[in-house]
Ligand binder design. Sequence first.
Ligand code: MGD
Ligand code: MGD
Ligand code: SF4
Ligand code: MO
Length: 707
Amino acid sequence: MPVKLSYCRLCPASCGVRVEVDGNRIVSVVGDGLHPLSGGYSCPKGRRGGDFLQGPERLTTSMRRTTEGGYEPIPVDVAIAEIAERLEAITGECGPDALALFMGTQQNFAALTMPMVRAWFRTTGSHKLFSTMTIDQSAKWLVQARMGEYLGGRQRFDTADVWLLAGTNPMVSLNGGDGDGAITQNPFVTIRRARERGMKLIVVDPRRTETAARADLHLQLRPGTDAALFAGLLHVILTEGLHDREFCARFADGLDELAASVAQATPEYTEAETGVPAAEVIRAARTFAHGARGMATTGTGVCMGPHSNVAEHLVACLNVVCGRYLREGEETPNRNVLARTTPLKAEVRPPYRSWESGFRSRIGGIGTMNGELPSGILADEILEPGSDRVRALVVSGGNPALALPDRKKAERALRELDLLVCVDTRMSDTARLADYVIAPTMVYERPDHTMLMEFFFAQPFAQYTPRLVDPPEGVIEDWEFFFRLAAASGRKVKFAGRVLDPDDPPTSEELLAIFAERGRVPMDELKSAHRGALAAPDTTAVGRPSQGSSGHRLALCPHDVAAEIAAALSLSPIESDLPMRLTVRRMRELMNSLGREIDGLPRHGYNPAGVNPQDLQRLGIDHGDTVSIRSAHGRIRAVAHTDPTVSPGTVAMTHCWGVSDPNSDPRAVGSNVNDLTGYDRVQTINAMPTMTAVPIAIEREVLADAR
Ligand SMILES: Nc1nc2c(c(=O)[nH]1)N[C@H]1C(S)=C(S)[C@@H](COP(=O)(O)OP(=O)(O)OC[C@H]3O[C@@H](n4cnc5c(=O)[nH]c(N)nc54)[C@H](O)[C@@H]3O)O[C@H]1N2
Ligand SMILES: Nc1nc2c(c(=O)[nH]1)N[C@H]1C(S)=C(S)[C@@H](COP(=O)(O)OP(=O)(O)OC[C@H]3O[C@@H](n4cnc5c(=O)[nH]c(N)nc54)[C@H](O)[C@@H]3O)O[C@H]1N2
Ligand code: SF4
Ligand SMILES: [Mo]
């Protein structure tokens, strides 16, 4: 049977794969041992790639809701015409801001989808743009906007002496921080090689994760106490004078204010607040500061916590005070291959606080970041009265019915819409509430390239893949739906600097070429490299600062941040009736809500509640018991599992499981943790809800309840 080389696109790792194809069917997907970046690595869901395309859940045609509430197949042309007409009616009557777009995770892994979705949205004139980033790691955007950004580039993983990972478990998520050598490929080998090289790995995580088990130092903090921990690390570094004075003097403002703000966070204080022994706090701070090169990076465990913005800010301060950046004249590999090369410069882009000017939502006066409103206000944007209330929502590659905090409110909002359009490959929980479901092509059915992923790659690399199998007849490429939707409303989209003519539509291949035309590897060369191309080594040196930039500084401790540090460091008593903490985690077998339906893929048919054996014993709960978990927002039923990697006092669970009926059997459908989350502990500015370290209580279900 013919074997074709391609790469998987179910997550950003873009693992090289060998795909066995029989006619138009995918028979198997395995890791490509000769792939330059992934070296044969693949994960269980990637290996079931064929089942995502060919399984019974796959939508092979678009759907329209019938008046009885069921769904009927509908030709995509008809769907597009009807949707365009209804959108025009709604925005004609209520203005462009009555239309909103929600961009989900799976629109990011096909090169053409995200730029075309955005291009369509720009033609609508609406401000109501939402994405998963703002229920994920928008603290990163916020920190950059409040602190400013160093434009010379960061120190890299592959040459680091020390690396700190906080609230991220790349061994499972392949996430591992934000760019610049993040651990997104082949994590076992990447981490092992780094440690063999002598790199010290510090992991900050309440759970003894697969990544923490490989660390030189595992700081097992109490969930939600990252701000205190990072204040403690900064305190040691600044009082012992381990910081990079020269880098701070040249590029940063507010070092004294920062030192004053963290003065309270002595190692003893930090131990009391976080549970990490004072000696370990000191050792971690010294190890991090003494390594000549390295970086501290974070994931959802920090960015979803109760003080996420300030915790992330303090992590960024750690990198700045230790000067974890490239200096003028320093050489570094140019990792832009298909994307345009932006020169590195030893200068600072000053803080820009985008939310202080421009469009503001009527919900709490919240402004925009990177042109987006936070998803933490999406439900209110739909439910709360107002002339620009959202009445129509288009969801692209996302599943907000499960992903948004406060599930009941999310469902109420989605049901309240006059028009809900969902572009999805299956009848997801969101699709089942939609008026129209548009069925798109999936991975292996579309040609693609890695341009949007190259920022995450450890080396300058790019890969192209042709379509391996023909898509079902009734489906359409994601980008094409949005291109044609604009055309049906009489609008032309602007893509990669060009206005596209709806009467002469481009092919995917043409668009891929246009998109990459400013790269340094030409498309025909890329296409002839069957397992991708490691671009010719091209080092760039960090350039001199541009004229006029000498006064630009990173703001280490602006007033609002100082106030947030003070608030985060004032000891918060644990509510006695909700004594435990719910923490986030991911499953290797799934990608958020994707994969649950694939037979035999999830290890159990549910998402267990992982509890430390000591807690189970104390609470009189056995492994496998049905338990009731309660928070200030609601209650779920769950299946308890004994899990020694979970620290006492915490319950670790994945999201995107369960159904709307809270009484349903968790063994059959899993449990929705977003029945336990809500909007009472949102961050200012980005409205980020608390999704980890959520106060809860867990108890064995009393028999009367357990049907
Ligand atoms: N297999 C798989 N991979 C995925 C996904 C998936 O669903 N499955 N999802 C993708 C998506 S959308 C994202 S955003 C990324 C996320 O990528 P990551 O952020 O790496 O996600 P996790 O693996 O859940 O790691 C989060 C870690 O934070 C820890 N944690 C929980 N609470 C706290 C806390 O209060 N403080 C600290 N310091 N740590 C805490 C958890 O124990 C956990 O180990 O993964 C992506 N990759
Ligand atoms: N309590 C709690 N809530 C959370 C989290 C948490 O840790 N705890 N994590 C949050 C995070 S980080 C995220 S990113 C969100 C996830 O939020 P979402 O991105 O909204 O959820 P997904 O399940 O990833 O949705 C992706 C959808 O895309 C569909 N899909 C697959 N392939 C394609 C394709 O080729 N084209 C199109 N159009 N669709 C496709 C899938 O069927 C699926 O329904 O959840 C958030 N919610
Ligand atoms: S880690 Fe798994 S899902 Fe992600 S690209 Fe690799 S094989 Fe695909
Ligand atoms: Mo995410």
